[in-house]
Design a protein around this ligand. Structure first.
Ligand code: ZN
Length: 100
């Protein structure tokens, strides 16, 4: 059993293209050379997508806060707090959109 196991060559498969290497070092070199840029691009695309999704949700949240602010059931103090909070979120949103 042990002999058989040593016969089996260890393989290191690239998770991006499926190419097989005999040594982990070779695989690492391969990934660095062939896939690093692609991986980065993929990541960036994903974060931009997530970011705009997040911004849309935030805009929605501001809308909800502003809707609540005109509710007749709130005290002036509560309305002021809601106003402050939505203003803070709006400022953050403007900042994020500027730096995008
Ligand atoms: Zn590969």
């Amino acid at each position: 059993m042990e002999e058989k196991q040593s016969e089996v060559k260890k393989e290191y498969k690239c998770k991006y293209c499926g190419e097989v290497f005999g040594k982990p070092l070779l695989l690492a070199h391969h990934v660095r050379a062939k896939h690093k840029r692609a991986k980065k691009r993929e990541k960036k695309g994903l974060s931009v997508e997530k970011m705009s999704e997040q911004i849309n949700k935030t805009i929605e949240a501001i809308g909800i806060l502003k809707g609540l602010q005109v509710s007749p059931h709130l005290s002036d103090e509560e309305k002021k707090v809601l106003g402050d909070v939505s203003k803070r979120i709006e400022e953050l949103l403007a900042f994020i959109q500027k730096s995008k």
